[in-house]
Design a protein around this ligand. Structure first.
Ligand code: ADP
Ligand code: C5P
Ligand code: MG
Length: 235
């Protein structure tokens, strides 16, 4: 068994610049879908046009790994195996980021989380009382398309290449998605909490459906963004 370092260990000691816990609940939306389904792309679109804060669990883990922190090696090993990192690490990275924002004015897109039952349980423990998850947006995409997109992302990424973006690891991530992430989506589905989007279409067509799925839950349009009707990408 691997020893995981967590913030829980220093619970009893005062942490000088620990942000105060907000008094309102954080409004959150889970964004799920297999690797390459377009989560990052669609969240970027939403952030470009609306006042959302986008937190990608995978991005936060990569930043933490690159920081060389005490969990870096563990994160790297698990991500290279295409597996899911223990939630004590991931949920605290997410919460720390959330605490940088004013929860009264912010809607959070939580991208790539929860990806297994451990993620669900950890969210419940750490943020269950403080966050209000409105729904899960699920980007529905077949595995061949996901792999093709990841291969294209690898070709186009140059120096920005992710250390877990190889064909071999991508295949493992796709398998993990099927084995551990899909049962979570199905669990949320049974509770009527999933908005399913066909993510195999062109990015703009997917985006039009994403906005439609949010409906009234969309935060204010950023002033520089074009009115919704003009950005659907449809003729
Ligand atoms: P995820 O965050 O779900 O892994 P990304 O948003 O990073 O997926 O998308 C993976 C790759 O596929 C990127 O190179 C992206 O530009 C491309 N992509 C995203 N959405 C589409 C789409 N609807 N059609 C074709 N390519 C897409
Ligand atoms: O979402 P993304 O494709 O960026 O995730 C990259 C990797 O980060 C995953 O394949 C997985 O190894 C790790 N991850 C995780 N737990 C999450 C999200 C991502 O372990 N909730
Ligand atoms: Mg992503």
């Amino acid at each position: 068994t691997v020893k995981i370092s967590t913030k829980f260990e220093s619970k009893s000691e005062p942490v000088p610049d620990m942000p105060t816990e907000p008094s309102v609940k954080a409004e959150c939306f889970f964004v799920l879908g297999g690797p390459g389904s377009g989560k990052g792309t669609q969240c970027s679109n939403l952030v470009r046009d609306f006042n959302f804060v986008h937190l990608s669990a995978g991005d936060l883990l990569r930043i933490e790994r690159n920081s060389g922190s005490k969990n870096a090696k563990l994160i790297e090993d698990i991500c290279k195996a295409g597996k899911i990192v223990p939630v004590e690490i991931t949920v605290n990275l997410i919460k720390d980021e959330m605490l940088k924002y004013d929860w009264e004015k912010t809607k959070f897109l939580i991208d790539g989380f929860p990806r297994n039952q451990d993620n669900v349980d950890g969210w419940e423990r750490v943020l269950g009382d403080q966050a209000n998850v409105k729904f899960m947006l699920f980007l529905d995409c077949d595995e061949d398309t996901m792999l093709k997109r990841i291969m294209k992302r690898i070709d186009n990424s140059g120096d920005e290449k992710r250390y877990d973006d190889t064909e071999e690891i991508a295949r493992k991530r796709i398998k993990t998605n099927k084995d551990t992430c899909m049962p979570i989506v199905e669990h949320f589905e049974k509770k009527g909490l999933v908005k399913n989007i066909d993510a195999s279409a062109q990015p703009n067509e997917v985006y039009a459906k994403v906005r439609e799925a949010f409906g009234d839950a969309l935060p204010v349009l950023k002033s520089e963004a074009e009115p919704i009707a003009e950005t659907t990408g449809l003729p």
